[in-house]
Design a protein around this ligand. Structure first.
Ligand SMILES: Cc1cc2nc3c(=O)[nH]c(=O)nc-3n(C[C@H](O)[C@H](O)[C@H](O)COP(=O)(O)O)c2cc1C
Length: 591
């Protein structure tokens, strides 16, 4: 059954976009109730969505009944009535909470109101978080890896639904558990293995269509926790055969399951292959700490350096000590001026575990009553450590530009950690090959991009010469963009950018300007003439010979660059008598 109701009258504001629900059987005695949020364009402010998202919940009926996760508050007016059509909420015995992020737990309070006796099953941390979230008394059961919940045998199907739980901390919240139904072979993983992709396709029947979003989601949410992903995969290996991964976002994984599992294994192994890593600490559910930490972590990962997010509230002291002690760099948030005793103890453990020679840095959590950042920075400085980046001061509710600054600071830090590897890779080229490769030449260009307006604007620019026309009709070009370029985040599929073509007789000044080392979040256009409205995707440089307005259509992943294929939507030459600046090189291991 598919119920479509765009847009829902229950949507809190008309701007919430089209919302609909889908309700389908997915296995014996198991129903998926998916909330389809077609037009959601941002997930956390810095995480742009191209294809909306879904919030998936599941109803499993044995002798007893369990509901797995709920939905986003914006679906209150439609999701609850649909659930009531399926089952009298008072006959649901258990609500399994995979984790307590509001997009899945937004209707738990409503459910408790309908059925105060429902027993909530989740990790110990999830139960603690929920107490602060729902502000109502509720019955609960804390579970950990290896614990079981037996719903008994469904009298019609004869299938016994016995759940086994697996702890999966950090995927992507600290309180995450997976639930495996031995009766159907279905593993419920909520955020892990998910993707932000809204369609009525219930399963992964078109892997080509969803692969880019699956990868993007992994990079944003799972990559920074690659070590935790590997731990979770190890726990999953001990399960009997998994038939379906019932994710909390996007289509369920069944038809190409091994493909997705292999991806997670390969990407996570690559990221945590015994190399130097940065521990990015945060305090869960405190201010904007977790989102800011994720932006920093994403930046580190762009530079191909290892990264590990560390929740100071939920990591046990021994693990915390090991994660901090073994890290090559540690980034800490400002913490509450009056932390509760447990957090106070964690901060003590953190400071005691720091080692000389580590790179250290700090950022504002923007939690309200934070310890001032200067005092945190002073504490770190007193340890005689090396400063990885200047303290990230955040003086207002963080917006797109703050997240961009955090990401760029993270990339600077990542580059510090991967410097030795990069130099070794450059030296590894055979001398003859290197010289021959150096005979490839290109033009000289500046790629510019700008998204959003005012406070929410994010922009970037980079000098490029690895640019080539790649299609006649429609006209298309490719640009090779290093994975750790700041501007890379603004060149996702669907994004627009401008290729400024430099003039032979007047390009040195622009090169000098754009090749400077810019601090994180700096305005790269200060001091250059730009024609703001000339193109849609970004500033056009006043001194450029010509520009092309482009829209990213595809991204191909190379070892150290993304090959970005873009369709050219507009273009103009400023001076027909001038020619394009050409870049001749001598060696192939530099641009
Ligand atoms: C002549 C020249 C050509 C370049 N071409 C490219 C290119 O095609 N792709 C790329 O990713 N970087 C290229 N670069 C490097 C970047 O322009 C530059 O290092 C970058 O703007 C700084 O990194 P950031 O923007 O991430 O801070 C080139 C650099 C030079 C000097």
């Amino acid at each position: 059954m598919t119920i479509t109701s765009p847009p829902s009258p229950a949507a809190p504001t008309p701007a919430a976009g089209r919302l609909s629900l889908q309700c389908e059987a997915i296995a014996a005695d198991t129903t998926a109730i998916r909330s389809l949020d077609w037009d959601r364009s941002r997930f956390d402010i810095e995480f742009g969505l191209r294809n909306g998202t879904t919030y998936n919940s599941f109803l499993v009926r044995g002798e007893l009944t369990a509901l797995i996760d709920t939905s986003h508050l914006k679906f209150a007016g439609t999701w609850l009535p649909l659930l009531q059509e399926q089952i009298d909420p008072r006959s649901i015995d258990y609500l399994i909470v995979s984790h307590t992020e509001p997009d899945h737990s937004g209707l738990i309070g409503h459910l408790i109101d309908l059925h105060p006796e429902i027993e909530i099953v989740g990790s110990k941390v999830a139960i603690q978080f929920l107490e602060h979230q729902v502000h109502r008394p509720f019955r609960s059961r804390a579970v950990k890896s290896g614990d079981e919940l037996d719903l008994g045998t469904n009298p019609d199907s004869g299938v016994q639904h016995r759940f086994e739980f697996l702890s999966a901390p950090n995927l992507h919240w600290p309180d995450t558990i997976f639930s495996f139904d031995h009766g159907t072979g279905t593993l419920y993983t909520c955020d892990a293995f998910g993707l932000h992709y809204c369609s009525e396709q219930l399963f992964d029947s078109d892997p080509g269509a969803i692969a880019p979003d699956f990868r993007f989601y992994y990079e944003c949410l799972m990559g920074p926790n690659a070590r935790s992903v590997l731990q979770a995969l190890k726990r999953m290996d001990a399960l009997p055969e998994i038939s379906t991964i019932a994710v909390g976002h996007g289509p369920l994984l069944r038809e190409h399951l091994s493909l997705w599992l292999d991806d997670y294994r390969a990407w996570s192994s690559q990221r945590s292959a015994g190399e130097a890593y940065a521990a990015i600490c945060y305090v869960s559910q405190y201010g904007f700490c977790d989102r800011l930490s994720q932006a920093i972590a994403r930046g580190v990962a762009k530079a191909e350096a290892g990264v590990q997010l560390v929740d100071l509230r939920a990591t046990d002291p021994q693990e915390l000590s090991a994660l901090i002690g073994e890290a090559s760099a540690v980034v800490v948030p400002t913490w509450p001026a009056e932390p509760d005793p447990e957090l106070q103890a964690s901060i003590g453990t953190l400071l005691a575990a720091l080692k000389p020679k580590q790179w250290l840095a700090c950022y504002d959590a923007y939690g309200g009553n934070d310890e001032p950042i200067d005092s945190v920075a002073g504490t770190l400085r007193s340890l005689n450590a090396q400063e990885a980046f200047t303290p990230l001061r955040i003086r207002q509710v963080p917006g797109a530009a703050d997240y961009q600054r955090c990401e760029e600071a993270g990339t600077d830090l990542g580059q510090l950690l991967s410097r030795a590897k990069t130099i070794a890779a450059m030296k590894a080229l055979d001398a003859d090959l290197d010289k021959a490769l150096g005979r490839l030449s290109g033009g000289l260009y500046v790629v510019t991009a700008r998204q959003g307006h005012g406070e929410a604007a994010r922009s970037g620019a980079m000098v490029a010469s690895w640019v080539s026309q790649a299609s006649f009709e429609p006209p298309g070009i490719t640009v090779a963009v290093a994975k750790d370029r700041a501007i890379e985040s603004l060149m996702q599929v669907g994004d627009r950018f401008v290729l400024n073509i430099l003039r032979e007789d007047n390009h040195q000044k622009l090169l000098r300007h754009f090749l400077r080392r810019f601090p994180p979040g700096a305005d790269r256009f200060a001091g250059v003439t730009v024609l703001e409205e000339a193109a849609e995707g970004g500033p056009v440089l006043g001194d450029a010979l010509a520009f092309l307005g482009c829209r990213v259509a595809q991204r191909m992943e190379g070892p150290d660059h993304w090959i970005i294929y873009a369709e050219v939507e507009q273009g103009k030459v400023a001076d027909n008598s001038a020619s394009t600046a050409v870049h001749h090189r001598k060696v192939g291991n530099h641009y």
